[in-house]
Design a protein around this ligand. Structure first.
Ligand SMILES: [Zn+2]
Ligand SMILES: [Zn+2]
Length: 90
């Protein structure tokens, strides 16, 4: 399962803001997985969890998808929070 693979590869902390539900609340696994390169046409493609998926907290995930058209990139969300951009999130 792509979600499980993503979390095993990249951990369960939000890659955008660093939120970790286990550290903050003592409840592990409150994390979502965002697809960085979704297919515009909805066609079939193999998802590579290493390249295409990132763990994000529910708040950052809502922000990513709050754009009127398309999605904000992880670095755009970091900029909103006055955090420096990270090359690995592009
Ligand atoms: Zn976050
Ligand atoms: Zn998403």
């Amino acid at each position: 399962m792509a979600r499980k693979e993503c979390l095993e590869l990249k951990g369960t902390a939000c890659l955008i803001c660093g939120f970790d539900s286990e550290k903050t609340y003592g409840v592990p696994g409150i994390v979502e997985v965002h697809h960085l390169h979704p297919l515009a046409d909805g066609g079939e493609r193999v998802t590579d969890p290493a390249k295409d998926l990132i763990p994000v907290c529910p708040n950052c995930h809502r922000i990513i998808h709050s754009k009127d058209v398309g999605t904000y990139t992880p670095n755009e969300v970091r900029r909103m929070m006055s955090l420096p951009e990270l090359p690995e999130l592009e």
